[in-house]
Design a protein around this ligand. Structure first.
Ligand code: ADP
Length: 629
């Protein structure tokens, strides 16, 4: 529950309780006032009635003293009884009691003695009493003091009680007073002695307050109405709060939007100037101040601060036509902006800002200095032209390679290694044959090695021819680790002679690539041969031949501890006839590069600073090898 709702609920409970209680108390007071008024009236009526019999008694005594005849007295009593029905009989008691007129009730004789107040009570009928004066007695039936019309209000009860013993002389029929403890609501009471001194009866009245007399429905309705009012008020306040929060958020969003717009306005490289309808500058971004020079000021007339000039081969620039347009207008091509900083080639446009009435409320001028752009384009064009020229030169080299003479020198270079091996294996075999205790098995191995090298020389010739013819290579799955071992076996002799340690590290995984095993061998032989040559004569000379898997490719590295690549070679490493060796042909790396690319791979030189050379051959793994990995 929100704090507002909690406060509203508490306020509603408090107001409802306070107002409801006040209303209930006021209503109870009202009932009490009515009850007390009724009781007062009845008390007065009873007091008056009790005075009636006293008056009758006084008049009878006076008549007797005046010597009025008994018959006249009888008549008088009859008349009085007709008028005052509570008088049930009149007696004159001297020696004995004589009845001067009665309702027929048996009235007692003289023996009755009066009580403290002077009243004589009937010995058997407890509600019958006599008022006496001299020898005259007026008998009164207390029940007749009350009349039916006295009790219009049946919700209140009244009694007349004898003060001595509390005997009820007369009470309202069908009303029994309730003990106050039985009820939740209070009982209103009145207790007052009658005005007559001769008849000091106690007048008792009671009115039990009832729920029906209290405006419970009204209080409930009031609570409901107050509740509804509170709910409406809370809704109203909450609605206002929501509207205020929404307005706040909208304001924040607007601020953020403005700030973004301001940033964008300031960040753009184009000069942006916003003017009013009279072309006075109202807003400009930093690019505008930078482009338009020192004469450009906020508040000034843009037409006087910005001057354009057409180039010689164009129509002269017409400022009136440009500034006077009602629709968006572009600057003509090739226009220069003239400022105190000089003239610059610009592009741009002027657009009106529409006001609410549809008229131009201002203008936006956009200008771009196209000088630097043009310079960049020219530089880029020159660079690409240079690259094209270099490519043409490389192509010319390759074309030269196909000539017979170049072909033969290339061939000699490639065949040199196997031929050297054949010679050394042949000489070794001859030496062994000259020995009478020769080891037949060693002679056989030397001759076999000679045959292997001769076959290799034959396959080199075939492949060189294939290359020159640009015939597609025959590819098949090649085990890279196997190729590594072959290369190690073929170069071990050469490395040993040069005093270079050859360390071979095949991959722990099976690496199968799609290619030509002899071509791959040829490439690695070239690289190892170059590495051995580069490290020859250096202390701690070592050449490493490492194979491993790199993601979906097989990677073979040939590392050496030599001096690394000469700077002039690095740029044109794979270009034919690039060499630093007096006897070199500069064909090995370019041929190797072509062969690796022909197998879908790549040959790179990746040596870091300060170390020997590192050449890497990467070839995509064949599908079945990737699946095994
Ligand atoms: P050649 O060996 O006939 O010079 P290559 O194409 O095989 O032709 O090599 C071109 C040049 O690259 C070499 O002359 C040499 O300067 C340089 N080069 C190749 N391999 C290495 C290496 N491992 N260390 C230093 N330089 C190298």
């Amino acid at each position: 529950m929100t704090p507002l709702r909690r406060v509203a609920l508490l306020a509603w409970i408090l107001v409802t309780v306070l107002v409801g209680l006040a209303w209930l108390v006021a209503s109870a007071r009202n009932v009490q006032a009515r009850f007390e008024t009724g009781a007062r009236i009845l008390h007065r009526v009873l007091s008056q009635r009790s005075e009636q019999q006293e008056a009758v008694l006084a008049s009878l005594t006076a008549l007797t003293r005046a010597g009025v005849s008994d018959e006249a007295l009888h008549q008088y009593v009859g008349a009085m009884r007709a008028q005052y029905p509570q008088i049930v009989g009149v007696q004159r008691c001297r020696a004995g009691c004589m009845d001067l007129g009665s309702s027929g009730a048996a009235l007692p004789g003289d023996a009755l003695s009066p009580d403290r107040t002077g009243l004589r009570w009937h010995p058997t009928s407890p509600t019958l009493y006599a008022l006496s004066q001299g020898d005259m007695r007026v008998w009164v039936a207390a029940p007749r003091l009350f009349r039916a019309e006295d009790f219009a209000d049946l919700t209140s009860g009244f009694q007349l009680v004898r003060p001595e013993d509390g005997t009820v002389l007369v009470g309202q029929a069908a009303w029994t007073p309730l003990p106050a403890t039985d009820r939740f609501l209070p009982v209103l009471r009145v207790n007052k002695v009658l005005g007559s001194t001769a008849q000091p009866f106690v007048f008792v009245g009671e009115h039990p307050l009832r729920w029906a007399e209290l405006p419970l429905a009204g209080v409930a309705l009031l609570a409901l109405l107050l509740g509804l009012g509170t709910v409406l008020l809370v809704r109203l306040v909450e609605g206002r709060e929501r509207a205020r929060a929404a307005a706040r958020m909208a304001e924040q969003a607007l601020q953020a939007e403005r700030s973004r717009a301001r940033h964008a306005f300031h960040a753009v490289n184009e000069a942006l100037v916003v003017t009013d309808a009279q072309h006075r500058v109202r807003l400009a971004n930093p690019a505008a101040y930078a482009l338009l020079g020192n004469a450009f000021l906020e508040g000034g007339d843009l037409r006087e601060m910005v001057h354009f000039r057409a180039t010689l081969d164009q129509e002269p620039f017409d400022p009136d036509a440009f500034w006077g347009q009602a629709a968006p207008v572009k600057l003509p091509q090739g226009v220069t902006l003239v400022t105190d900083g000089g003239a610059r080639l610009v592009e741009g446009a002027l657009a009106p800002v529409q006001g609410e009435d549809g008229q131009a409320a201002g203008w936006v001028l956009v200008l771009r200095d196209v000088g630097p752009l043009r310079a960049r384009v020219v530089t880029a064009l020159e660079a690409s032209e240079r690259r094209v020229r270099e490519h043409e030169q490389a192509l010319a080299h390759v074309t030269r390679l196909s000539t017979l003479g170049e072909m033969s020198t290339g061939l000699a270079h490639e065949l040199n290694q196997p031929l050297t091996a054949i010679v050394s294996y042949g000489q070794a075999a001859l030496r062994m044959l000259a020995d009478p205790e020769r080891d037949e098995a060693r002679v056989r191995r030397s001759v076999e090695a000679t045959v292997t090298q001769a076959k290799r020389a034959a396959s080199i010739i075939t492949h060189l021819r294939t290359l020159v013819k640009r015939a597609p290579t025959q590819t098949r799955p090649v085990d890279v680790n196997q190729v590594l071992e072959n290369v190690a076996a073929l170069t071990a002799h050469e490395a040993g002679r040069a005093g270079v340690v050859l360390a071979v590290h095949p991959s722990t995984r099976l690496l199968i690539v799609q290619g030509d095993p002899v071509q791959l061998e040829q490439v690695l032989l070239n690289l190892v041969h170059n590495a051995v040559e580069a490290t020859r004569g250096h202390t701690g000379a070592e050449v490493q031949l490492v194979a491993r898997q790199q993601q979906e490719a097989a990677r073979v590295e040939v590392r050496d501890t030599g001096p690394g690549l000469a700077p002039e070679v690095r740029q044109r490493l794979f270009t034919p006839f690039t060499t630093t060796k007096p006897e070199g042909l500069g064909l090995g790396l370019s041929l190797s590069h072509t062969l690796v690319q022909g197998m879908g791979g790549d040959l790179r030189e990746e040596s870091g600073p300060g170390g020997g050379a590192v050449f890497t051959v990467t070839l995509p793994l064949a599908v079945e090898a990737s699946a095994h990995a």
